[in-house]
Every structure is written in C-alpha cells, then in structure tokens.
Design a protein around this ligand. Sequence first.
Ligand code: FAD
Length: 433
Amino acid sequence: MAWDFETPPELQEKLNWMDSFVREEIEPLETLNLSYEKLCEIVAPLIQEVKARSLYAAHLPPRYGGSGSSQIQLALMHEILGRSFIAPLVFGNNAPDSGNAELLAIAIEQTGREDQKEKWLMPLLEGKLHSGFSMTEPDVAGSDPKLIKTTAVKDGDEWVINGHKWFTSNGSIADFLIVMARTEQNAPAHSSMSMILVPIDTPGVKVIRDVPTMEHPYESFGKFGNHAEIIYENVRVPYENLIGIRGEGFKLAQARLGPGRIHHAMRWIGQCNRAFEMMCERAVSRFAHGSTLSEKQMVQDWIAESATEIQAAKLLTLYAAYQMDKNGPFAARVEISMIKYWGARVLFNVIDRAIQVHGALGYTTDLPLEHMYRAARAARIYDGPDEIHKVTIAKQILKKYEPKEIPTEYIPARREKAFEKFRKYLEDATSNL
Ligand SMILES: Cc1cc2nc3c(=O)[nH]c(=O)nc-3n(C[C@H](O)[C@H](O)[C@H](O)COP(=O)(O)OP(=O)(O)OC[C@H]3O[C@@H](n4cnc5c(N)ncnc54)[C@H](O)[C@@H]3O)c2cc1C
C-alpha cells in the first residue's frame, strides 16, 4: 500500500543541504537592501553551487536543464525556499520566470517550436533573460479573465497588440513579456485568448510605472519583485511569437497555474516556519508578570494553533501534490483551490501571532515579521482570490449531489424503510409498544 509519510533518504539529504544553504548563504542577503544588479552579481556563484548539485530549475524536465522532480519533491523543496524571498532566484524557480519557463516548455512540446526553445526558453532558464506575465488589467476584473480587453490582431505576418495591463510582476526588469490577449472575436470565451511573447524593447511597449503596494509602499522603479503597469500601443511582433496554440491561452494558463499554486502554498509554509521559529524563541525569552511568555496559556494557545495549522496546511498541500503527480492538474483542482485559500489564511494567522508575541518589536523593521505580514496579504488575492477558489471547491463538491424532495436522512422515512427491512424481527417488539 503506497500511502506513507516517509521522505526517501537521498531526497532528505538534498533537503537538509538546501535548508542550511538557504539559512547560511541566502538569508543574510535580505538585510542588505541590494539593487537588482548587485543582487544578481552576488548570487551568481551561489547559483553555480545549486547547479552543481542538480537542484537548479528542478521543476523542469531534464531536456530543459531541470531534474524533472515530482510535485511532491518540489513541494518539499519549496517549503525550504519559501523561507527567503531571494532563495527562489538562486534555485532557478522565482516567479514569474519559473512559471513562464514552464508554460514555454509546455507550449514547445505542443507545437514543436524548437526556435522558441533556443531563443527564449534556454536563456530564461540560464538566467540570461528575465520575464513578466502580463494578464491582469486595471479596467476589468482579473478574477474573470474572460473580460480581458487587450487585443492582438493578425496583420500580415505580424500581431498588432493594444491594451492596458498592470501588476505584471517583474515587468520593469523583464527582457520579454508574455501577454494574454484576445485574438479570436467570435469564438467561445474559453477559446478566445492567446499568449504572445513581446520583447520589452518593442516600440509601443510603455512601462508607465511600478505600482506601489503594501509590500513595497514607496515609489520605486526597476526593482526585483515590483509590479509594473504597462500600456501596449500598436505593438507589432512577428506572428511566430504566438506561444502554444492560437485561442488556447486559457488552457495554457491553467497548465501553468496548478503546479504554481502548489509551490506558492509550500513557500508559504516556509514563511510560516520562519515566523513560528521567531515566535517560539521570543516566547521562551521574554519575561512578564512572573513568568516567561511561553508559560502563559494564551501564548501556548497561539503556539499550539500555529503548529497545528502549519501541519494541516502542509499535509493538505502535499496531498494536492500527490493528486497532481498521480492524476494530473484537472483531477487535483479541488485540492489546489483548498490549499490556495487555506494556505494564505494560515500564513497570515501565524505571522500575525508571531508579531503579537514580539509586541512593539514585532511591529518594527528590526525584524522581518512586518515585511512578511505585508507581503502575506497579497496571497489572498494573486493567483485567484480566496472567493474564486471557494467557489471552485463548492461547485465541484456540489456536482455529486442531486435535489431531493425529502432529505435522505429524514428519520420518519428511514424508520419506515428500516421497519420493512427488519419486519420479521420487529413485529413482536412493536406489537408490545
Ligand atoms: C502581489 C501581486 C502580484 C501579481 N502578479 C501578477 C502578474 O505577474 N501578472 C498578472 O497578470 N497579474 C498579477 N496579479 C494580479 C492578480 O492576478 C489579480 O489581482 C487577481 O486575479 C484578482 O483580480 P483583480 O485584482 O482585478 O480583482 P477583481 O477581479 O476585481 O476582484 C476583486 C474582489 O472581488 C471578489 N470577487 C471576485 N469574484 C468573485 C466571486 N465570483 N464571488 C465572490 N467574490 C468575488 C474577491 O474578493 C476579489 O478579491 C498580481 C497581484 C498581486 C496582488
């Protein structure tokens, strides 16, 4: 029976190495407030170490330079990488480059476009190019992508793209953008969009600004992790920049989003672990009202709640990864939606409690908690807001149910049936009632 919680020793060894590498080599970099160029320079030798251990871009098949790891293996790796926002960059799977590489790989498999592999995918994987994924628009609800207004019209052997996007993560430092645009006017909504690759220096691409957010509240431009607002004005790119099959942009996006959400959820566990470690350390260190905080039952409650929530979220995520490995993204969609909204909630809860245990110190920028807290809020919005995932879960579950005039569990009706079934035993007993 293949149902156990064991990590194979050779994987555990890799995870142990990753854990100390992230803590000792990567986490210190967080404190230096580096420019993107400086960060890339400093992490270059670290990337070589990761590559030497065949742990770089582990989400991709070996023919694209990855290790072809299963979703369960990747999930366990992402738990460690989630500790630091810099770690995914060093391990070749930072968003959105990793997701974009994944969807380019899927598209190339579909179309056999080796030229796209050489020109875009391999340099992206080698870290020579960086990318953005440009789908959400300020003027229409991102949670209903059928509403996308950006158009791409075929003109001779070119696409002409017009539209207004925002929240294109890393758009201001990207070399190319993958743009979701309406290419089919009269097709059903789910077959009306395509993805098109747009080099950033194409005339008509106007990166207006990086949008200040809760995570990065001050105006800045061209920083790793920023989210760009972009206007596409009569942008012309060759027709061959189409990614995958024309009109199947949504299908391609789904293929990318499933594994991406599992990796997000496990990275959140990594953030939770870090906040939890800080909370416990402070609880045993701080003395108030006759004892350390760790001896106060309310603080013990937070520690117990946090440990249990983290474990529950981790097991739920690993189960989603298992479903994905065994039965594919379609079969795993309920589990993926569960971890997307539940994981985001646990992330927020645990960081919040860790801040509370630290009191005023937790609120300061002397600890990473306040930044983690601000960044965590977005988890309930990107890659589908909580509500959309709850709708998916409920809809799928409800499909198994049919309307009944009388509830199946209605006791008078069940009693009647039970009486019929067991009549021969009951006639004597009931005749005495
Ligand atoms: C940090 C961050 C990074 C991002 N990175 C990218 C990126 O790289 N590329 C990109 O294209 N986009 C990106 N996004 C955008 C993200 O995908 C969208 O914000 C998301 O899809 C929601 O769209 P919206 O913001 O337009 O909200 P809306 O669609 O306007 O929804 C607003 C709210 O309405 C509610 N709602 C919506 N539908 C329902 C429903 N059916 N039932 C009940 N309530 C509902 C929800 O509470 C939702 O939060 C990013 C966002 C953030 C915050």
